[in-house]
Every structure is written in structure tokens, then in C-alpha cells.
Design a protein around this ligand. Structure first.
Ligand SMILES: *[C@@H]1O[C@H](CO)[C@@H](O)[C@H](O)[C@H]1NC(C)=O
Ligand SMILES: *[C@@H]1O[C@H](CO)[C@@H](O)[C@H](O)[C@H]1NC(C)=O
Length: 418
């Protein structure tokens, strides 16, 4: 194009720009809206029934064959497995054990999800899915990152590069085992509602089933409870899962926010609020989570409580975990965004240090791993790890009633953690 052409072009673009200054932004906005709707349609499948939860959530009962997992090209012809071929051996013995009165409380406490209020249920052959609202997506840094963890949020004990741990701003207090092949893990996790100082921070308590070294191809399956204002728009404690097969880069997501996990349970919604919550020096509530690899099909199954099989992550999603896990971690994680250049006061667990003990500090109890014979075992050579024990700490122990356990957590910012 010659010089004159360029001038005309520039002039006409400039003219267009002037004429449509306001309509351009409107055009941009409507394009954004289209984009947003496209993503919302990807998350939200047409419901058979819709349930309004008291916390403001909408729970969609979606036909089991219409769930997000089946958007995955590899799952087009997948036949849903409604139950695992095998449970880990010892699971039910131990459940009987935990039916016994707990230390410091008189009866097993039952936990449910808020949306069950007034006996609400999803119909047969459907699964409950927390609806993603427009405002949920708008809170994310980008539509594409919605439902995903930022990189480098994995606690890496004895890291060769401590700077990387600190740079990410994520802080942990965990117990872990490594050095063997693991085929699953279990824990009973005390449930709290930690205070979050800033909406861009979160606090969670979970177990990690990890495969591979800590490189770009790290595989991870995670489940537990979390408070995450950014992800959910409130400070409620919610049940969550996560998976990735490339260290949080391109694959994986929270809950059912991408295709991968296949849910079979009609009673528990991922990402929905848990109720009730433990109170300081008062009633304590906990949830049990078991994740194990079915020795027959190789899928990774998840069970909530004593009998609620939630569903499975198909083996093909993973590289290392297609074989076995190389490390298991249990514990808490918070984001420290260092508001005002000081340590965050976002709490981990109950916000109390482990020394406080039962009824005050948060705990994981009956922590176990699944061995190559699909048997639940107490973990051997349990290690602990925390970046700054003055901010959040962890203390392990074992006894007949609780098996291997630990107390963990802390207040974050305090005179010893400025
Ligand atoms: C992280 O940073 C804090 C504060 O600067 C420091 O005390 C701590 O030792 C660091 N942790 C690691 C693992 O380097
Ligand atoms: C969440 O808690 C923080 C303080 O801990 C508060 O400032 C904020 O308003 C709460 N958010 C909601 C949605 O309740």
C-alpha cells in the first residue's frame, strides 16, 4: 500500500474512532458478554431440576450422562462406572471404629451440605452441580483462568529452592510421606471457617495425591474443604476437589469446572457449602475423604464420609498417576498476599496453633495410605513441613483412637509473624 493509502486509512480509522468512541466500548462489552455466555454454557449444563440453596447457591440437577466430563473427547464413548470394583481393604473396619464416640465429644456428628435444607434432593440419574454465575466468572483474573489454581501452589518439602516457595505467597503446614508407591490416601478432617483477610487469598485443608517429581509434569489429585472468596463469592466453607496433570498449567480444575472427573453421586455437590462448622471450645465436626486407585480399571475414586462414593478421575487423565502416586500430603494452605507489606492475617484451620489441641486447633486424624495390595495402612516415616512455623505450624501424634493424626494451622500475622 502506498503512502496516500496509509493516510486515508489512518484518517478513516481516526474518524471511525471519534464517531464511535462510545459505541466501540459498547461493542467490546457485548463481545465480552458473548464470550462470557459461551463459557457459562460450558460450565452449566441444562438441568432436570434446580434447587435454591439458603446460601445463595443454585444447584442444578443434571442428567448424569450430560455432566461436564463428557465434553472430553476421550470420554465420548465412555461407559460410566457406577461403583468401584474394589474399596480399599480396612475402609469399613475403620469406619466402624470412627462410629465410636470421639475424644471430647459424645456422638458422631453428621455433616451435610446447606442445599439439602428442607429435604431437597436431586432426582434419580442426575448429579448435583453448583451453578456458575456470571459474577463468579467476572471475579476471575481471566475467563480462561476461572476454576483453576495459579501455578506453584504445591508444598514441596525440603525444596532446593526456598525462594520459589516464598515467592508464590502460598504457605503450608502439612504432614507427608514419600519414597514408596502409593495407591490412595484417607483422612478425617476437622471443618472450620477460617477468616480471610483479602478476597484474593484463600485458606484450605486438604489431602494431595501426587505423582512425578515437582517439574512441569507434576500430577496431583486433591480434595478437602476451602474458603475462597474469589472462587465462590463468599466466606463459606466448601467441599472441593482439584486435579492437574501438568503442574497447574493447562490441565485440570476445581470441582466440575472442566471435563475430567466423572461424578456418580446424586447427593453431594462439589463446591457446595458444608454445614455445620466446628466452633472454638464447642462442637467439633469433621469430614472423611478417601481417594484410591481401583486395582481393576485403574481409575482414581473418591469417597466422602462412610458410604458416599462421589465418582472417579479416569486413569487416562494422568501420566505418573496412571501407575501410582509417589507422595501423599495432608494439611493446610493459605495465600499470603502480604497486604500492606505485612504477613496476612488469613487464618489456617481454626486460626489456632497446634499446641491448643482438641476443640481449639484444627486436626487431621486417622490419616492412612493405600498400599499396592489395596490395603489401608498407617503411613510410615511421616514428615512435616511448614515455611514459617511462627505463622502456621503442624504437630503430629498417634494413639489408639485417632491412629496417626496431627494438629495444624495458625493465625498468620501475630507478634512472631509480622
Ligand atoms: C520465607 O520468608 C520468610 C520471611 O522472609 C523467612 O522467615 C522464611 O525462612 C522463608 N522460608 C523459606 C522456606 O525460605
Ligand atoms: C468475607 O470476610 C471478610 C473479612 O474476613 C469481609 O471483609 C468480607 O466482607 C466477607 N465477604 C463476604 C462476601 O461476606
Amino acid at each position: 500500500m502506498g503512502c496516500g493509502g496509509t493516510v486515508v486509512l489512518v484518517l478513516s480509522i481516526w474518524g471511525l474512532f471519534l464517531i464511535s468512541l462510545s459505541s466501540a466500548s459498547r461493542l467490546g462489552a457485548s463481545r465480552q458478554k458473548l464470550e462470557l455466555n459461551k463459557h457459562l454454557n460450558r460450565f452449566n449444563k441444562p438441568p432436570v431440576k434446580t434447587i435454591q440453596s439458603p446460601d445463595g447457591d443454585i444447584i442444578d440437577c443434571v442428567h448424569i450422562s450430560k455432566q461436564p466430563a463428557f465434553d472430553h473427547p476421550f470420554l465420548k464413548d465412555h461407559k460410566i462406572q457406577m461403583r468401584p470394583n474394589f474399596h480399599p481393604e480396612g475402609l469399613f473396619d475403620e469406619n466402624k471404629l470412627s462410629e465410636k464416640p470421639k475424644e471430647g465429644s459424645n456422638a458422631p456428628n453428621t455433616i451435610t451440605q446447606l442445599w439439602h435444607a428442607n429435604g431437597k434432593k436431586c432426582p434419580k440419574d442426575t448429579i448435583p452441580i453448583r451453578r456458575t454465575k456470571e459474577e463468579d466468572v467476572l471475579r476471575a483474573s481471566s475467563v480462561k483462568r476461572y476454576g483453576r489454581k495459579k501455578h506453584r501452589s504445591i508444598p514441596k518439602p525440603r525444596s532446593a529452592d526456598p525462594d520459589i516457595i516464598n515467592q508464590s505467597g502460598h504457605q503450608h503446614a502439612i504432614a507427608y510421606v514419600e519414597g514408596d508407591k502409593y495407591y490412595g490416601a484417607k483422612a478425617t478432617i476437622n471443618v472450620w471457617e477460617p477468616k480471610i483477610q483479602q478476597p484474593n487469598e484463600f485458606s484450605l485443608s486438604q489431602l494431595w495425591v501426587l505423582g512425578g517429581s515437582f517439574g512441569q509434569d507434576l500430577n496431583s489429585i486433591e480434595a478437602g474443604w476451602q474458603v475462597s472468596p474469589d472462587l465462590y463469592g463468599d466466606n463459606n466453607t466448601r467441599l472441593f476437589t482439584y486435579w492437574t496433570s501438568d503442574a497447574y498449567q493447562a490441565t485440570g480444575c476445581y470441582n466440575l469446572l472442566c471435563s475430567g472427573f466423572i461424578q456418580v453421586n446424586d447427593n453431594i455437590a462439589m463446591g457446595a457449602s458444608i454445614s455445620p462448622i466446628s466452633e472454638y471450645s464447642n462442637s467439633q465436626y469433621d469430614i472423611s475423604i478417601t481417594i484410591w486407585k481401583d486395582p481393576k480399571e485403574g481409575h482414581w475414586w473418591m469417597q466422602f464420609g462412610n458410604d458416599l462414593v462421589l465418582g472417579y478421575w479416569p486413569s487416562f487423565l494422568f501420566s505418573y498417576l496412571a501407575d501410582s502416586a509417589s507422595m501423599i500430603e495432608w494439611g493446610g494452605e493459605v495465600v499470603n498476599s502480604e497486604p500492606n507489606g505485612q504477613h496476612t492475617s488469613t487464618q489456617m484451620g481454626s486460626g489456632q496453633f497446634p499446641e491448643q489441641g482438641f476443640g481449639k486447633a484444627s486436626y487431621f486424624k486417622n490419616i492412612q495410605v493405600v498400599d499396592s495390595s489395596n490395603i489401608l495402612k498407617t503411613p510410615k516415616g511421616l514428615g512435616t513441613y511448614t515455611e514459617q512455623s511462627n505463622c502456621y505450624d503442624v504437630q503430629t501424634g498417634s494413639n489408639d483412637n485417632w491412629g496417626h493424626y496431627f494438629y495444624y494451622g495458625g493465625p498468620g500475622k501475630n507478634p512472631n509473624c509480622p
